[in-house]
Design a protein around this ligand. Sequence first.
Ligand SMILES: C[S@@+](CC[C@H](N)C(=O)[O-])C[C@H]1O[C@@H](n2cnc3c(N)ncnc32)[C@H](O)[C@@H]1O
Length: 332
Amino acid sequence: MDRTISLLCPACQGALATRNSDWNCPSCGRSFGSDSGIPLLFFPNEWDASKGDVTDAIKCFYEETPFPNYEETDSVWRLKEKAEKGVFARLLDEQIPADATVLEAGCGTAQLSNFLGIRTARTVFGTDICLNSLKLGQDFRLRNNLDNVRLIQMNLFRPIFPPASFDAVICNGVLHHTSDPFLGFRTLAGLVKPGGVIVIGLYNTWGRLTTDFRRWIFRLTGSRFQKLDPRIRKDPTNALRKRTWFLDQYKNPHESKHTIGEVQGWFEKTGIDFLSGIPKAVAFESFSGEEKLFEAHARGSRLDHALVQLGMIFSGGREGGFFVMIGRRRVA
Ligand SMILES: C[S@@+](CC[C@H](N)C(=O)[O-])C[C@H]1O[C@@H](n2cnc3c(N)ncnc32)[C@H](O)[C@@H]1O
């Protein structure tokens, strides 16, 4: 485990000292505990009340329905098998250097963090606000001796890492469940080393329309016809997986939606160069299983973006209208 990243106080950014699994901040005098070996370094946002803050509502939701669920049979071998099927996780694992320092912010049950940590030279931090999710990840991590993975309770708006600490920062399916996705993005971008990469997965404004339509039907029919959802239709037998997906997609207390052009704008504002996207940002270019995620690809025109996002509607919003944008932090 890489000990070179020292943890900071989420309240005042002073260096934290640890003793008997407690964390103390000599600068501000605060102390933080831990649970099941997970440091409890969550600190709330201190925003102007008029801005609104969904953090508590989202935290309660995921404490009750940790996402994604593990299955009893989950093992390192099963996790690898799942990743092979999903392509994205496999490509990340193949292309993030084997000795990189990685942060997954909003890791949920840490399936991706644990998977990336199967390569033992890598140092992986998985952080989330939801303790029950982290505990599931921690249980898996300990059972499988993934000593180079470390799980920590942290609010991504109140980071506990020094700026420019990571070769890769991943935040998949998280920022759209916060009150200020751009602020979240900017905060995470500051944790990437110059030359390092950031990977952001979000709901797409257009691609999500099919999910919005299904949500409307479920609302009208008291959640009948769940097989209208392609994932549930494909896998109707696993009740826990079906329920977790249904709640996450259709009963979430808060979600926002974003476009390819908007996120490219976020990149520009924060000194990140666009590298690639899933789906690709250029119309009619298909994404292959051998895609080079961290090589520069065309950013696409407005027309390209419109066609790509339209295509997401016509593919039936299979992955919940989800898109991924990848960029590299500029070296000053
Ligand atoms: C849909 S789940 C995604 C989990 C995981 N990234 C994945 O792709 O399977 C969203 C996660 O974001 C976390 N989250 C929401 N707001 C957060 C915040 N402010 N800081 C850290 N995590 C947050 C939730 O607790 C939840 O686990």
